[in-house]
Design a protein around this ligand. Structure first.
Ligand code: SGN
Ligand code: CA
Length: 520
């Protein structure tokens, strides 16, 4: 792999220290201040992480990612506030819901002048860095060093953008991000603690594995979700989406089927689309080593359910094979921190930017407030404060991350952040007053996959959603219907719980000051 020259690595954008409301700008962190290594992947579903214990992940385990959970805490009820990449990243860094940080849908221009967690760390004597996916359109702020992918980035031979230039780097994106992160850690200012964001591209569409993983799951049959052939009865918005594996996935671009000569849009040739970054030799190896061995069933021209199931398996195998490189990356980072004697004084976080569907309801992608996409896999390791094997079952959200990280490092949490620190949960303290409901709001319509705008409230047992442009409500009892197949809104016997949830919804919208214009 080609790396950026050392002097460039060290010449990050040094931003002026800003007066930060509610923080004591000390400019020098205590000697013992912990470091933070924040690792975010993209579209990593909970069921694809073996620490969560699904049958699906048992067939394709993630032992290194699991180390973080096993030696620390696994979050079982962590949720994003808006299930999309840009909005989730903006919520993590600002500690605020989308309407308050201004980044409501992908493609918005992020206001980098606002208060952000990395700026608070920087003002408190931390060295800050960001490597990998950014996706917020405007340039990163608050990082001493940054290098980012262009928009979604490329799996093979990707471009990396820095303050001054754009450099194409040969190699596979997950490996390059890992090496760049280690390189930065190696050359950092060792007199300061660090706050490092390592943001992977994997496992985003179109799920392109590293060459060494092409055949990893060729012979594995992943369990097909029982609602794979969902008919969306009683769920109007679900009927209108365009994210079915068997109907909407591009056969060429997504499923990498040999469709180069096909003309209809489902047969999109990957070479002509996102993977034109592969060299002709890489493309040849892909054709010779992968497609030629995996396309025989499809070449027999299967139809109907047989084809739909085959597509699911192809998708699940490529999705999991792409995760294999992520798991290797986490293993390398943990080993590096150990070798450097940093393992126990570094707060290590692994999370995905949101959840993802791997066949539930027949889908890929995210966006909906249903569990698989609203849930955001999350785990943390920090032995001084977190006992190995901790399970966090209370409701937490991505807006809580910034307040938690700051409190764990002994830095005051700025009052304008809307999230709350979940450090007491990590420490196993009694928290009888912990929140009972979370607020969710999805804005990207019209947009990819045609998921209509909606907001809602999620409690421990019940979930209420409102597709406000369609004026359609949905209510789920997650205890009796964990797969959210039965919308019980308006049914006899649900009056009391509906009224309670509507009250909570209004309360949260007032608390977070959601403007009326965002709800029309
Ligand atoms: C791309 C994908 C979509 C995906 C969005 C947002 N299409 O546009 O399927 O929903 O990103 O994803 S692709 O064929 O171009 O990959 S997000 O995770 O970044 O929010
Ligand atoms: Ca994502």
């Amino acid at each position: 792999m080609k790396t950026v020259a050392k002097n460039k690595l060290l010449l990050g954008a040094v931003l002026p220290l800003l007066p930060l409301a509610g923080t004591h700008a000390q400019n020098k962190a205590k000697e013992s201040a912990p470091n933070i290594l924040f690792i975010m992947s993209d579209d990593h579903a909970e069921k694809a992480i073996s620490a969560y214990g699904s049958e699906f992940s048992r067939l394709a385990p993630t032992p290194n990612i699991d180390r973080i959970a096993n030696e620390g805490a696994l979050f079982e009820a962590n949720y994003c506030c808006n299930s999309l990449s840009g909005p989730s990243r903006a919520a993590v860094m600002s500690g605020k819901h989308s309407h308050a940080n201004g980044f409501m849908r992908n493609g918005n221009k992020f206001d980098g002048s606002q208060l952000l967690v990395q700026k608070v760390f920087q003002a408190n004597g931390y060295q800050t860095a960001l490597i990998g996916k950014w996706h917020l359109v405007t340039k990163p702020t608050g990082f001493d060093y940054w290098t980012i992918l262009n928009d979604q980035g490329e799996y093979y031979n990707p471009d990396f953008i820095t303050e001054n230039d754009t450099v194409r780097v040969d190699g596979y994106v997950t490996d390059i991000i890992t090496e760049k992160t280690m390189d930065w850690l190696e050359h950092r200012d060792r007199s300061k603690p660090f706050f490092m964001m390592m943001n992977h591209k994997a496992v985003h569409r179109n799920w392109w594995p590293a060459e060494r993983h092409y055949h990893l799951y060729d012979n594995v049959d992943f369990p097909v979700p029982e609602n794979y052939f969902d008919d969306y009865e009683g769920r109007e918005a679900a009927k209108k989406q365009k994210m079915n594996i068997y109907r909407d996935m591009y056969e060429g671009h997504d499923l990498k089927m040999n469709v180069a000569k096909g003309s209809d849009s489902l047969r999109f040739d990957p070479w002509k689309h996102l993977n034109r970054r592969m060299t002709p030799e890489q493309w040849k190896r892909f054709n010779d080593n992968y497609r030629s061995k995996n396309d025989s069933f499809w070449e027999q021209n299967p139809q109907g359910k047989d084809l739909a199931i085959w597509k699911y398996q192809r998708y699940a195998r490529e999705y999991m094979a792409t995760i294999a490189s992520l798991d290797e990356s986490i293993g390398k980072m943990l080993d590096y921190l150990k070798k450097e004697g940093l393992l126990d004084n570094t707060i290590i976080v692994y999370c995905s930017d949101q959840g993802f569907y791997v066949g539930e309801h027949g889908w890929f992608d995210k966006r909906f407030m249903y569990e698989e996409s609203m849930k955001m896999p999350m785990m943390m390791r920090f032995p001084p404060k977190i006992k190995a094997g901790t399970h966090i079952t209370k409701l937490t959200q991505n807006i809580d991350f910034a307040p938690t990280f700051l409190e764990m490092c002994g830095i005051d949490v700025p009052k304008e952040m809307q999230g709350v620190s979940f450090l007491p949960l990590l420490e196993g303290k009694k928290t009888p007053d912990w929140r009972k409901y979370l607020y969710y709001h999805f804005y990207e319509f019209p947009g990819f996959h045609s998921v209509h705008k909606h907001y809602g409230v999620k409690g421990e047992r019940y979930k209420l959603m409102y597709f406000y442009q369609d004026k359609v409500w949905e209510l789920y009892d997650l205890k009796n219907d964990p797969m959210e197949m039965h919308n019980i809104y308006g049914q006899k016997g649900t009056e009391k719980i509906t009224a309670e949830l509507k009250k909570e919804l209004t309360k949260l919208q007032q608390q977070y000051e959601v403007p009326q214009r965002c709800m029309e």
